[in-house]
Structure formats: structure tokens, C-alpha cells
Design a binder for this molecule. Structure first.
Ligand SMILES: O=P(O)(O)OC[C@H]1O[C@H](OP(=O)(O)OP(=O)(O)O)[C@H](O)[C@@H]1O
Ligand SMILES: Nc1ncnc2[nH]cnc12
Length: 176
């Protein structure tokens, strides 16, 4: 008999009312802290994303770095950071996007991606999709071909996927 598949959801901690009242926070710290579960999560994401044959993996600050960097090593690709305003040295390309109140700015180093390179973008969690949609727009601005998106967790009830025009691979889905 094949061994039972590891239930990765058992390694996600749910923290009510963080960072504000009414928000249920899906904490990946417990997954990262468990060597076997983290290894398995990376294995599964690597298997889902390898077929896109990316030249580069892109991680979104900050928890996206934790996913993208080890995965890039697995897939034998380079790793590129998308960071919040003012964190990256040298020439940067930026994209400003609207939040519920105000705006946010993300940046990438101007030379990080060559026009036409295939990239896969990673984050820990897809909620409203605002962060990921902004990252895709920024990558398109620098001429990248965004082949796919990967994340550990998708909050399906927020319908973030509907804002994205590229295939999305989420390891774990939560509908509330
Ligand atoms: O789909 P969205 O509604 O845009 O939300 C998802 C984003 O929110 C969280 O990042 P956060 O801004 O909390 O930054 P962090 O990774 O540095 O904690 C998460 O890591 C995603 O990047
Ligand atoms: N509910 C949530 N849990 C963890 N990270 C998040 N980022 C956006 N929403 C989140």
C-alpha cells in the first residue's frame, strides 16, 4: 500500500484576530519549522512548476522570498526579488498600485530580468490577489514573460485568482 500523503494543512497555524480584529491569519512559521513538511511542500511546488521551464523564479517580499529562493535552487534557476519601496540598490523599475486606503509601491532591479525571460512568481499566500497582480504588471513592464504563479496558500473566498491572467498553482486552498 502506498504511504499516506502528508497533510500539509496540519502544519499551518491559524491565528485569529491578527494583525487586526476579524482577520484569521494563516501562519506558515509552523510549516517552515518542520523539516519534513517543509521539504514535502517544496517538492510538491517544484513538481507543479518545473513544467513551465522558467529561466528565473521571482519572490515577493518578504514571505515570498522564503518560498522562491529554495525552489529556485531545486529547479536550477536564478532567483530575483520584488521588494517594497526603497530597499533595492541601483537602478530600479517601480510600479505603484492602489490599496483600500492609499497606495503601495513595489520595485525590481532594472537588470534583474532580461526581456523575454520566462519567470514564475512566488508568494506564500494569495488573498485578494492585489500584491500578485501588481508583481505581474511590474514584471511585464521589464519585459518578462510570466509563465505561472505559485503559492503555498490560496484564500479562495477572496477570488484573487480572478485578477490574474496566468496559471496559478496553490498547494493548499482555504474557503473561509
Ligand atoms: O493577495 P493580497 O491581498 O495582496 O495579500 C497577499 C500578500 O499579503 C502578505 O504579505 P504582507 O504584505 O503581509 O507582507 P510580508 O510577506 O512581508 O508579511 C502575503 O505574504 C502576500 O504577499
Ligand atoms: N489571512 C492572511 N493570513 C496570512 N497572510 C496573509 N496575507 C494576506 N492575508 C493573509
Amino acid at each position: 500500500m502506498a504511504p499516506a500523503k502528508l497533510d500539509l494543512k496540519q502544519h499551518i497555524r491559524h491565528v485569529p484576530d491578527f494583525p487586526k480584529p476579524g482577520i484569521l491569519f494563516y501562519d506558515i512559521s509552523t510549516l517552515l519549522a518542520h523539516a519534513g513538511a517543509w521539504h514535502e511542500a517544496l517538492d510538491r511546488l517544484a513538481a507543479a512548476l518545473a513544467p513551465y521551464q522558467p529561466d528565473l523564479l521571482v519572490g515577493i517580499e518578504s514571505r515570498g522570498f522564503l518560498v522562491a529562493a529554495p525552489l529556485a535552487d531545486r529547479l536550477g534557476t536564478g532567483f530575483v526579488m520584488i521588494r517594497k519601496r526603497g530597499k533595492l540598490p541601483g537602478e530600479v523599475i517601480r510600479h505603484a498600485y492602489d490599496l483600500e486606503y492609499g497606495e503601495d509601491v513595489i520595485e525590481i532591479q532594472a537588470e534583474a530580468v532580461q526581456p523575454g525571460q520566462r519567470v514564475v512568481v512566488l508568494d506564500d499566500l494569495l488573498a485578494t490577489g492585489g500584491t500578485m497582480a501588481a508583481a505581474v504588471t511590474l514584471l511585464e513592464k521589464v519585459g518578462a514573460e510570466v509563465a505561472a504563479i505559485g503559492c503555498l496558500i490560496e484564500l479562495t473566498f477572496l477570488k484573487g485568482r480572478e485578477r490574474l491572467r496566468v496559471p496559478v498553482h496553490a498547494l493548499l486552498a482555504y474557503d473561509n
